[in-house]
Design a protein around this ligand. Structure first.
Ligand code: ADP
Ligand code: GN1
Ligand code: MG
Length: 365
């Protein structure tokens, strides 16, 4: 870690009244958005993050959402006799109750307790872990069922408005900032051909699909698994909690964790939809939900998978066209590889859609 970064991290801990000698500083690179560090101050572990303000333009409102949502969840856990130190994120606040530190360069920092003896996965073949993650993301929606969604600040407007996402892609093709459109004509056509699908869920919001308070970024690595019990412990990465559809949270997990390969796999022959993982997640998310979801919502889940995968692919392609401004990348082709894996998964879902629907109906009973 550079001396400059270490000094900055000390500044953050001083702000929160927790500074002391560091016994570990490690950068965690699994997320695509924020800068994340694991720091142990005299042995006690914390996560410190620099909030990405290109992505989240109102960090103050964002942190207000997170504090209110985590307090709400903490009360639920307390009422059920759970462990509030490990089952919900605990953010540091300063003497005035502020949960972010604005440094002299205009960067926003936050810190919360690191949940020790837990891991986050990018993938697993252990179906029981996937089912349990489904149960935990379902439980998360239930915990927030009585949270007033209309009071949440929209941290990224139109985050899962897939229709709008497609329009953004087309606009990106038109402006072609990085001069790359010529290289990806087939990819652009793939999304163009599916503009009708993109509207399918958005147009039903408030018609037959209820708006709930959803997580909206249910990647497998946004949930912590307890090392001792192997059970899903704590939902993390709370930046995008906003009103949304249950199908988004179902779909985003499938997109990521039911893929046979990494999100940026170059060899598309290795990318397929693992139906056993899809089944395992459906079992936890829908099957364990005790009648929480409506019939229309349950029927919409496979569409959530197909549409969120389409949407995420379009976002990767757009970022490639824009010159990689949004997602962290390791090389200039990574966003393009990511877009292509999502396209392959969409194709797989289209081919096996009847089977996906059958599995969901099975858990609706
Ligand atoms: P990003 O928005 O960039 O995805 P995240 O909030 O998801 O950032 O954090 C990045 C990664 O850091 C997570 O995927 C997880 O592996 C790890 N992580 C974050 N918070 C904790 C925590 N409290 N305990 C353990 N690991 C964590
Ligand atoms: C980002 O932050 P992370 O890595 O958990 C992104 C998601 C995408 C995902 C694709 C705020 O999630 O929407 O689906 O990358 N988060 C944001 O891997 O845009
Ligand atoms: Mg994350």
């Amino acid at each position: 870690m550079s001396e400059q970064t270490e000094n900055k991290l000390h500044e953050v801990f001083t702000f929160f009244g927790k500074d002391g000698p560091f016994t570990e500083v490690t950068q965690i690179k699994t997320g695509h958005i924020n800068q994340t560090f694991l720091v142990r101050v005299e042995g006690k572990p914390y996560i410190v993050q620099e909030i990405n303000t290109y992505v989240f333009q109102k960090p103050v409102e964002l942190m207000d959402n997170i504090l209110r949502v985590t307090s709400h969840i903490r009360r639920k856990i307390q009422a059920q006799g759970g462990d509030t130190n490990r089952e919900v994120l605990n953010f540091l606040t300063n003497a005035e109750g502020k949960a972010f530190y604005l440094d002299g360069d205009g960067h926003y920092w936050r810190s919360y307790e690191y949940v020790d003896d837990a891991v986050s996965f990018n993938s697993t073949e252990d179906l029981s872990v996937i089912t349990d993650a489904g149960r935990a993301f379902g439980r998360f929606q239930k915990q927030l069922a009585d949270f007033p969604g209309e009071t949440l600040y929209e941290t990224i407007p139109d985050f899962h408005n897939t229709k709008k996402r497609m329009q953004n892609l087309m606009e990106g093709v038109r402006t072609d900032t990085a001069g790359r459109a010529v290289l990806v004509q087939n990819e652009i056509k793939f999304f163009f051909d599916r503009t009708q699908d993109a509207s399918y869920l958005v147009d039903r919001i408030g018609v037959d699909l209820p708006l709930r308070v959803t997580h909206n970024d249910t990647k497998f690595n946004n949930i912590l698994i307890d090392n001792q019990t192997g059970k899903a412990l704590c939902v993390i990465d709370l930046d995008t909690i906003m009103p949304g559809l249950a199908a988004y949270d179902f779909g985003d997990f499938i997109r990521f964790a039911a893929s046979s390969a990494a999100e940026d796999e170059a060899d598309l022959d290795r990318v397929s939809l693992c139906m056993d993982r899809y089944d395992a997640f459906a079992k936890g998310f829908v099957g364990a939900s005790d009648g929480f979801f409506t019939e229309a919502e349950i029927e919409s889940m496979p569409w959530g998978a197909r549409i969120i995968t389409l949407e995420t692919g379009s976002r990767f392609l757009l970022d490639y066209l824009n010159g990689d401004k949004y997602f962290h990348i390791s090389d200039p082709e990574q966003n393009l590889r990511r877009a292509r894996t999502q396209m392959k998964l969409v194709t797989e879902m289209e081919r096996q859609f009847a089977e996906m629907q059958k599995i969901i109906r099975n858990y609706a009973k």
